[in-house]
Design a protein around this ligand. Structure first.
Ligand SMILES: *Cc1c(COP(=O)(O)O)cnc(C)c1O
Length: 307
């Protein structure tokens, strides 16, 4: 299979050689890791003749925008359950609306029931619905990043570090499994964008174990533990919360490299990576940052920063 995205050599950054994997340029619905995952979901949906999807995410969710787009393009009915508390208009929510997805808002503590009753309703209406967990969580999302690791490994089998924004866990789970399969040498470091390490890391480990069981694979538990590095030092106030230094990161990457980062995911992770490099005195290493997407959120930030 062709690579879904390119690896760009940026050059010297803080005394290291920096590369960026441009998942944001995957040519599906503004790209990003949710676009990569969606290709696997769409394939599965078609193979199993599903004709409706229920999923979850906030109004700023990249996953929901990609899913709504995938459904609209393939004549699949799409229901998105969204937390009432966090609803505000964004580029993503406007596109979700344009793509004709049905939004059902729910209290945060009733999300799962709301999703299940949407599934029931669709069945009663004669649909054959498929549920996609928030963030494209699950084995198919993990598989997408096992394959992404493979692309990275074929490009260069000796990066010293791989950094990226880690959220609901399957991006990291897939990368770690890919590394275990290929006996890769690099350190894979997920920078949490919201979750404290205890919960965030556990979800990654759960995703790894689930995938390994379903695919009849096994690795030593201590290897899995050692390879799962999840850092919550840079989450600031939590999901979507940041201080002003993040805007500087956005400005810097845009001006110097013409690369759009957003404040919720990629700039936050890039900033975390930079602080990690500096505080651990990492030098003369080959570092890969995975740009996990979020272009529409970059434009929300741009509007905010230039108002
Ligand atoms: C969803 C998302 C992430 C986190 O990916 P997970 O697989 O949920 O950990 C990172 N970056 C961007 C831009 C995202 O949209």
């Amino acid at each position: 299979m062709n690579n879904l995205s390119e690896i760009q050599h940026i050059g010297n950054y803080k005394g290291n050689q920096l590369y960026i994997k441009r998942e944001d340029l995957i040519p599906v619905s503004f790209g990003g890791n949710k676009a990569r995952k969606s290709l696997y979901f769409l394939n599965y949906i078609k193979q199993n003749y599903f004709d409706a999807v229920v999923t979850y995410g906030s109004s700023s969710s990249n996953h929901c925008r990609v899913t709504a787009n995938m459904c609209a393009a393939n004549n699949i009915k799409c229901i998105i359950v969204s937390p009432i508390e966090k609803y505000h208009e964004t580029n993503n929510s406007q596109m979700i609306h344009m793509m004709g997805a049905e939004i059902i808002t729910s209290e945060l503590n009733h999300i799962h029931e709301t999703m299940l009753s949407a599934m029931d309703r669709l069945r009663n209406e004669g649909y054959n619905p498929f549920m996609i967990e928030g963030g494209g969580h699950g084995d198919l999302g993990t598989q997408a990043y096992v394959d992404c690791y493979e692309e990275i490994y074929r490009f260069h089998d000796s990066f010293d570090y791989i950094f990226f924004a880690s959220g609901t866990g399957t991006t990291q789970a897939g990368l770690v499994i890919g590394k275990l399969i290929h006996r890769g040498k690099e350190k894979i470091i997920g920078i949490s964008i919201a979750r404290p390490s205890e919960r965030g890391r556990k979800v990654v480990l759960d995703s790894i174990h689930e995938y390994l069981i379903h695919n009849d694979m096994s690795f030593f538990e201590n290897e899995i533990e050692e390879d799962t590095i999840f850092i919550d030092k840079y989450i600031s106030g939590g999901y979507g919360e940041n201080d002003k230094s993040i805007d500087e990161v956005i400005r810097y990457a845009l001006i110097n490299w013409g690369i759009p980062f957003d404040s919720t995911y990629t700039a936050k992770a890039f900033n975390g990576m930079t602080e990690f490099i500096m505080s651990n005195h990492i030098e003369n290493k080959k570092i890969l940052f995975i740009h996990t997407g979020s272009t529409p959120l970059f434009f929300d930030d741009l509007r905010r920063m230039t108002d």
